[in-house]
Design a protein around this ligand. Structure first.
Ligand SMILES: Nc1ncnc2c1ncn2[C@@H]1O[C@H](COP(=O)(O)OP(=O)(O)OP(=O)(O)O)[C@@H](O)[C@H]1O
Length: 248
């Protein structure tokens, strides 16, 4: 089944169109990356899918269902977004327990919430002692684990990942990437991920779309990326930049 099908997507902020004629499809279970220079519109595509950027034309379907332009409760159970900055994305005065229980309460999920919270802490590799702590008592990596746990509480099938490791220390990035890889396998998740980092794409993704100036310029298998066999001149430039030691 197709998890995401996007056709002719133009997204605007006010009068400014920031993506043009975007088209790609992501299969269920696939991990698909959006790469490209800053400002090329990658995050905007995720926001349109999530209902956070509401002015768009074209079509977005998620698991065969056309997406509306706003927040949709049924959709939230299937698809969740994880943001770049785990410092900003967690409410400073809510404990981990409150953060993780909230989606269950909002969506009227029955059963023992405490048990589900503990099981999710186990799943994301966080000791249960963190359950009643606040975000400021956690490290960046631990906070990102909480953000991932929150996204998974409603057992969605699809995660939209916006640079999920770029705000973290290099030493912690690998841990979170390993976690995402394991969770995808264990829970049969589909990922659509925005990143600047081509090694991350090689590690975690099956295919990628290269974006420039709001358009997709190439869609390729990750094997092509690993072999340096992308064909678009701009994609090749990205690979060269990524291989330059001064680039982070
Ligand atoms: N809320 C907003 N209002 C107006 N313009 C915006 C808004 N968010 C993003 N933009 C503009 O839309 C364009 C695309 O931004 P977007 O964040 O999607 O790019 P990106 O490829 O994800 O970049 P980065 O890699 O830096 O996150 C940019 O020119 C940006 O300045």
């Amino acid at each position: 089944m197709t998890a995401i099908d996007i056709q002719k997507l133009d997204v605007s902020y006010g009068d400014t169109k920031v993506t043009r004629d975007i088209g790609f499809a992501v299969a269920e279970g696939e991990s698909f990356a959006l790469v490209g220079e800053s400002g090329s519109g990658k995050t905007t595509v995720l926001k349109a899918i999530a209902g956070l950027a509401r002015t768009w034309t074209g079509s977005i379907s998620v698991f065969g269902k056309p997406r509306s332009h706003g927040i949709d409760r049924d959709f939230a159970r299937q698809c969740q977004m994880v943001f770049q900055d785990p410092y900003g994305s967690l409410h400073p005065r809510k404990t981990v327990d409150a953060v993780l229980s909230e989606p269950l309460a909002i969506h009227g999920v029955g059963g023992d919430h405490g048990k589900r919270v503990e099981a999710m802490l186990d799943a994301v590799g966080l000791d249960r002692k963190f359950r009643f702590r606040f975000p400021h008592q956690l490290s960046g990596g631990q906070r990102q684990r909480v953000a991932i746990a929150r996204a998974l509480m409603l057992e969605p099938k699809l995660l939209l990942l916006d640079e999920p490791t770029s705000a973290l220390d290099v030493s912690v990035q690998a841990e979170i990437l390993n976690l995402l890889k394991r969770l995808r396998k264990e829970q049969g998740l589909t990922y659509l991920m925005v990143t600047h980092n081509l090694p991350v794409v090689s590690f975690l993704c099956d295919r990628l779309a290269v974006m420039r100036h709001g358009r997709v310029v190439e869609i390729a298998d990750v094997d092509q990326l690993k072999r340096g066999a992308l064909t678009n001149p701009y994609s090749r430039e990205l690979i060269e930049l990524s291989a330059t030691p001064s680039q982070t």
